[in-house]
Design a protein around this ligand. Structure first.
Ligand code: TDX
Length: 339
């Protein structure tokens, strides 16, 4: 079985590769990644000498390159993690989001049509459903919730989902889609809430909380997400969407306080800054379908997952300190300098 993993040098893709090589030691994993700012080859160091692993630097928008790779590798399964994923960057400049997330996905699926495939899995996001109000804790996103994306990022992901389903219906491509809630864990790029707050707290820098800090996200440990995708690949039904999330809603401010507590840093570091434009209020997944059909439930409790994550960032300072000392510094200045 050959699995092509796109975006495998990014946070969730890399964790998925580790998971698959561990759980399916007889599978061949071919990873492609454009190596944008968010993709880091050093992340894949632990598997680079594994005989069942191949890496190639390749953009999913590069049709010729993708077709050549399909000819060479004849993948049985494609799992598409490759995406521009940071909402704030998409507000600053949507164009690359549309290019990679929409056009790139269609190029991959064209290659699947051309060369044949057992499964094309699109890694989606709960953000395609828009947001829920804070005062209706009884509401959750189900697979039937209408798409109502708010940001350029989430609308590009919603577009990709619709195109994937169109390829299923029109060409019979065996497509599945997962829509997961916010992930956290090792190797997450420090522009995202949890690693950014850990890095700032360790440097005694202000922790920039957007708006009133009461926005709610539904957090899932990355390995639980990887297991969900593995189950969908093997037992999920083509043409189906599976929501993935663990009923673990938390406000941003409570996460920030928890991180400060873990690190023994003072709450005086918390700084409220201008809100994100169009900021989604609350995400909350109803995972009933994946639980009923595939038996999936999250295994890592948030209290344990966040401890493991903080520990990982403490033990792997070189990984993220290299990142925040480079090009990312310009981004940070631009986003937070005058906020
Ligand atoms: O500095 C910050 N301060 C802050 O208050 C940052 C970076 C974020 N926030 C808030 C905004 C959100 O309410 O924290 C929350 C989480 O923010 P992000 O980490 O940027 O994630 P989010 O916008 O929720 O989107 C994430 O989850 C869904 C991923 O980035 C997406 O790729 C995924 O699809």
């Amino acid at each position: 079985m050959t699995v092509l993993v796109t975006g495998g040098a990014g946070f969730i893709g890399a964790n998925f590769i580790f998971y698959m090589l561990r759980e399916h030691p007889d599978y061949r994993i071919v990873c492609i990644d454009k190596l944008t700012y968010a993709g880091n080859l050093s992340t894949l160091k632990p598997v680079e000498s594994n005989g069942n692993f191949r890496f190639e630097r390749l953009d999913i928008c590069d049709r010729q390159g993708i077709y050549r790779l399909f000819q060479e590798e004849k993948p049985d399964i494609v799992v598409n993690f490759a995406a521009e994923s940071h909402v704030d960057r998409s507000i600053d400049d949507p164009s690359v989001f549309l290019q990679t997330n929409i056009i790139g996905t269609s190029v991959l699926m064209d290659a699947c049509r051309e060369y044949g495939i057992k499964r094309f899995h699109q890694v989606g996001t709960d953000e395609v459903y828009g947001d829920l109000p804070l005062d209706r804790p009884d509401l959750f996103f189900t697979e039937q919730t209408p798409l109502r994306a708010s940001s350029p990022y989430s609308s590009s992901k919603a577009s990709a989902d619709m195109i994937a389903m169109a390829y299923h219906r029109t060409y019979g491509l065996p497509v599945t889609i997962s829509r997961c809630s916010n992930n956290y864990g090792p190797y997450q790029f420090p522009e995202k809430l949890i690693p950014l707050m850990i890095a700032n707290a360790l440097a005694d820098k202000p922790l920039p909380v957007y708006g009133d800090g009461l926005n709610v996200r539904d957090w899932l440990y990355v390995e639980d997400h990887c297991r969900a995708i593995d189950l969908i690949l093997h037992n999920g039904r083509p043409g189906e969407v599976y929501n993935v999330g663990g009923h673990n809603e938390m406000s941003n401010i409570s996460i920030v306080r928890l991180i400060l507590g873990e690190l023994g840093k003072p709450e005086s570091l918390i700084t409220y800054v201008t809100d994100r434009k169009g900021h989604d209020r609350r995400y909350a997944i109803d995972p009933a379908k994946i639980h009923a059909e595939l038996g999936w439930l999250p295994e890592t409790k948030f209290a344990d997952g966040i401890k493991k994550t903080v520990r990982w960032y403490l033990d792997n300072r070189e990984w993220w300190e290299t990142i925040i000392s480079g090009e990312y510094r310009n981004y940070y200045e631009k986003m937070y300098g005058n906020r």
